[in-house]
Design a protein around this ligand. Structure first.
Ligand code: ATP
Ligand code: MG
Length: 180
């Protein structure tokens, strides 16, 4: 599974539309302090459904919307789209590419889309379950994450292993069935 493209507009320091094309293999983002490198990884987590502002280094979710700079006025909408290759049909969708979009308006209204079709956050979470790519999954290793895993309680460590083994969706479905 390969992340091919990231489109960012109005998210954190990205007031203008920015497109990052990623190619198979290793991509490295370099830049001076404060130039927006971590904001790109925040954009990925946010688009994958991160709901905790603190995990995006903010205090409220609205903090992700571009707040303006010396040269540019604030905007009222943050939008991030991640385009993933689906040639190997890792996602059960009949498309060569899967594009996940998240939008947040200053009014508080938010939207999620899969290939431009509105969906629920739950649909995005279900799509990424067991892929290792979902919110909080091991594909995004932030500063301190390795220590956190090593120092975590056995149950927490087990959840990382379950995600890697691809059994989370079955446990999730079982829990849902038992609740009904
Ligand atoms: P470092 O090398 O220090 O880790 P970095 O390249 O990772 O730096 P980021 O943390 O991604 O930098 O970006 C920080 C910048 O983003 C700051 O200048 C901050 O003002 C800006 N920023 C964050 N949120 C917003 C926002 N909502 N609107 C405008 N600018 C923002
Ligand atoms: Mg940084």
């Amino acid at each position: 599974m390969c992340l091919k493209r990231i489109d960012i507009q109005g998210f954190k320091s990205f007031g203008d539309r920015v497109r990052l094309e990623l190619h198979p293999g290793l991509s490295v983002i370099v830049g001076p302090n404060g130039s927006g490198k971590s904001n790109i990884s925040d954009a990925i987590s946010w688009c994958l459904g991160e709901q905790r502002a603190s995990h995006l280094r903010g205090s409220r979710m609205e903090d992700v919307i571009f707040a303006g700079s010396d040269k540019r006025k604030p905007v009222s909408l943050a939008e991030v789209t991640l385009t993933l290759d689906n040639g190997a049909k890792n996602f059960p969708l009949p498309y060569e590419e899967v594009a996940i979009t998240r939008r947040l308006y200053r009014s508080g209204e938010s939207e999620f889309l899969i290939n431009k079709v509105p969906c629920r956050l739950k649909d995005i979470q279900a799509l990424f379950m067991d892929t290792g790519l979902g919110r909080g999954a091991y594909s995004l290793i932030g500063q301190g994450k390795v220590d956190e895993i090593l120092n975590s309680r056995p149950e927490e460590r087990r959840s990382v292993i379950e995600e890697a083994a691809g059994i989370v969706k079955y446990r999730h479905r079982k829990e849902e069935a038992l609740r009904k």
